[in-house]
Design a protein around this ligand. Structure first.
Ligand code: GDP
Ligand code: MN
Length: 380
């Protein structure tokens, strides 16, 4: 889950990482009020869970509350990399002397957290890594020995930060970032830019925070920060119903059990000349409740012309799957063609049940390829 800057900064503040004072604003009038309260120069910042806001015109300096209000009007509603701006963060403006970059993320190859620090902040870190790799200090933290204060000092020296006060402040921020990385179950904590003010104060001017979705149950306060309005309506519906769902842009809705089978179903539909509209993974079972939930999500997508229900019975029995589907179709009405491929344990019994009892829009096929060809033809 990607947090917005103001949410990330709130977590930074709780970790003791210096950030500027600011207010959330949802309207130009609120932006003006925030600027009045903060006083002096402010920065009006679009809140979307993506970077590159500055370049997209989503970060602007305001000299007074009038300007803050006018800028808020301009920035609200902007589309930044596919995200519509509905929230602003009005922050007390900082004077910038230097812009550094600091982050900690997972290095999956090394299976360890990786810190990166460079004095070349404010630009794309990928460019620094590519063009001037010697300016980028990188350090893995071994989770078995844990983080040691000398590692923070090593990073600052290696990045070429020579001022003792800066070294001290940056080292302290690195230690806090490490503590937060584990306590928050984060996948990424990134500060770009980490600035030095003319007074020599080091602080986080931006905050990019990604929390591991699988750990959100341990962080209900963070889980609540999710921007439900910004989510795709189908994906929101799926999450509310506990359905694993991915939206694509074709015309065949796909329902299967198990990630591997679902992935190969996508390929086979492609091979048959069709395009998947979405897919749902029922996981191990195919109980009527979960089939109903998945079918509701799939059919709420207006692009869907036909549905491919692809089940391989391992532990799940074919007759149970068939009963689950029949039960689901009893409880909801679907006019779209539904092609069922049922194989594995007691598949013949399942297919017989469907042939006998299923409504006319349900077509049963024995192989995946035949089922894909059928659903593609019926979706035209
Ligand atoms: P991003 O473009 O999404 O990474 O958004 P940032 O929060 O990093 O802001 C983009 C740029 O705006 C920063 O790199 C700064 O150069 C500039 N900026 C942001 N806040 C301030 C501020 O308080 N004062 C000044 N002078 N510039 C700022
Ligand atoms: Mn930034």
């Amino acid at each position: 889950m990607d947090l917005m800057e103001y949410q990330g900064k709130e977590l930074f503040r709780q970790l003791g990482i210096p950030v500027s004072d600011g207010r959330v604003a949802l309207t130009p009038a609120e932006a003006r009020a925030a600027a009045e309260e903060l006083g002096g120069q402010t920065v009006v910042k679009a809140q979307v869970p993506t970077g590159g806001r500055g370049k997209a015109g989503g970060v602007k300096l305001a000299g007074n509350p009038d300007e803050a209000e006018a800028l808020a009007k301009d920035i609200l509603g902007l589309d930044i990399n596919g995200h519509i701006v509905r929230t602003l963060w009005i922050e007390k403006a900082s004077d910038i002397e230097k812009e550094y970059y600091l982050s900690v993320t997972f290095d999956r190859g090394e299976k360890k957290p990786l810190f990166m620090l460079t004095k070349e902040g404010g630009v794309d870190i990928e460019d620094v890594a590519e063009n001037t790799p010697d300016k980028l200090a990188r350090l893995h933290v071994d989770p078995l020995t844990g983080f040691r204060p000398f590692q923070a000092r090593w990073l600052t020296f290696t990045a070429g930060i020579t001022d003792p006060s800066e070294q001290k402040q940056v080292s302290s921020i690195i230690a806090k970032l490490h503590a937060g990385f584990s306590s928050l179950d984060a996948m990424l904590l990134e500060i770009n830019p980490l600035i030095v003010t003319p007074d020599g104060e080091v602080k986080a001017l931006d905050a990019k925070v990604t929390i591991d979705d699988n750990a959100l149950y341990r962080h209900s306060d963070i889980a609540e920060m999710r921007d439900v309005e910004g989510d795709d309506p189908q994906e929101r519906m799926a999450r509310e119903r506990d359905v694993t769902y991915v939206k694509l842009d074709g015309e065949v809705g796909i329902l299967g059990n198990g990630a591997g089978l679902v992935m190969s179903t996508l390929d086979v539909v492609g091979q048959a000349g069709g395009k998947p509209a979405n897919f749902c993974d029922l996981g191990g079972g195919a109980q009527a409740d979960s089939v109903v939930a998945a079918l509701e999500v799939i059919t709420s997508d207006t692009g869907v012309r036909g549905i491919l229900f692809n089940i391989f019975g391992g532990i799940t029995r074919g007759d149970e799957v068939a009963r689950g589907l029949l039960d689901a179709l009893d409880r909801m009405s679907i006019d779209l063609p539904i092609v069922v491929r049922l194989d594995g344990t007691l598949a013949a019994e399942g297919r017989a049940l469907l042939a006998e009892k299923a409504p006319g829009n349900v077509h049963v096929e024995a192989t995946m390829l035949d089922a894909a060809a059928r659903v593609v033809a019926l979706s035209r």
